[in-house]
Design a protein around this ligand. Structure first.
Ligand SMILES: Nc1nc2c(c(=O)[nH]1)N[C@H]1C(S)=C(S)[C@@H](COP(=O)(O)O)O[C@H]1N2
Ligand SMILES: [Mo]
Length: 318
């Protein structure tokens, strides 16, 4: 059998997909022939990290592109980022997160649950069917995007660990590794970056445990290998590079609440009528567009989520 190594392939044949497939095929064939000792039969997920095509992703028709919207470009997602562990400029994470090691990686799910479990990242790709969902994404800094995320509802993971009756909130703890993350030297946040959701928010069908975007595994700068996307809340509720999911009784103090309690609330629902302490939230700039658009209540997902906040003063619980 002829085995073409990636290095045998002519530059003219290469695009990221053929390159990836060739490498995977080579690894498979080589493993099959026993050329790589101890290497099990590989799947895309096991063999590759960011940039690898995710297999078996089904577009969820309920979350197809919202009416009147168009998708942002993958490059816009990859090149304009917030990931303070890699620096506070939007272009720092694309440059500095390249070397983030996303394998091996585990996510410990613990706290007030009957079945605490440490999940290997590669087992998480198989926990539930991978869906593509096109969501609006609105940053508290008043820019926004429309992105095809890939993942599955967080509720699927929650069901596995069986929360106890006193689990009222879920806390997300993300990687804080000084050796890999130059931004940790700056005291902008109390590391590790943590986030939190109320239990009903965590169980809501819109809440996506996110493993990819644009059909590929998450780019490092966008929170590889695993992050949260909560589309009716400001982007910062979506913690990147999660290592721990903890079920707790009391509302967790999130990294942003600790950094500025008058500027960032626990709920952080997208709300055009509640301004940030230093700027208006009434409008936003969609990346790629020149003029601003009006920000929608709950980022346009009000019909699905507003009932969770019935009777709450959203100016107080911002
Ligand atoms: N670990 C971690 N997660 C994070 C952040 C961060 O600095 N560190 N920034 C948050 C903010 S403020 C936003 S707007 C989104 C940005 O996600 P994106 O860069 O993939 O668009 O990630 C959120 N998740
Ligand atoms: Mo943000």
């Amino acid at each position: 059998m002829l085995i073409r190594r990636p290095s045998d392939i002519l530059p003219s044949e290469i695009n990221s997909e053929t390159e990836f497939n060739a490498r995977r095929d080579w690894l498979k064939q080589a493993a099959g022939l026993g050329l790589i000792a101890g290497l099990p039969a590989l799947t895309a997920c096991d063999a590759e990290a960011q940039g690898a095509k995710l297999m078996g992703v089904k577009p969820n028709a309920t979350y197809a592109i919202p009416a009147g919207e168009k998708l942002n470009k993958f490059d816009e997602l990859k090149s304009y980022c917030n990931f303070y562990e890699f620096g506070t400029d939007k272009t720092d994470p694309p440059a500095l997160a390249k070397s983030l090691k996303t394998r091996p990686w585990t996510v410990s799910v613990e706290g007030e649950v009957l079945k605490p479990q440490v999940f290997d990242i590669d087992s998480l790709y198989k926990l539930a069917p991978l869906e593509e969902r096109i969501y609006r994404f609105r940053c508290v800094e008043a820019w926004s995007m429309v992105i095809p995320w890939v993942g599955f509802p967080l509720s699927e993971l929650i069901k596995q660990v069986q929360p106890k009756g006193n689990a009222k909130y879920v806390e997300f703890v993300t990687l804080a590794d000084k050796a890999q993350m130059p931004g940790l030297r700056a005291g902008v946040l109390d590391w590790p970056y943590t986030e939190g959701l109320r239990m009903d928010e965590a169980m809501h069908p819109l809440t996506l445990l996110t493993l990819g975007a644009f059909g590929e595994m998450l780019p490092n700068q966008n929170g590889a290998p695993i992050r949260m996307i909560v589309p009716w809340k400001y982007g910062f509720k979506g913690g990147k590079s999660i290592v721990k999911i903890r079920f707790v009784e009391k509302e967790p103090r999130t990294a942003w609440v600790k950094a500025g309690p008058s500027e960032y609330g626990f709920y952080s629902n997208v709300n055009p009528t509640v301004d940030h302490a230093r700027w208006s939230q009434a409008s936003e700039r969609r990346l790629g567009e020149f003029s601003k658009r009006k920000t929608l209540m709950f980022n346009g997902y009000g019909d699905q989520v507003a009932s969770m906040y019935a009777g709450m003063d959203l100016k107080k619980f911002f």
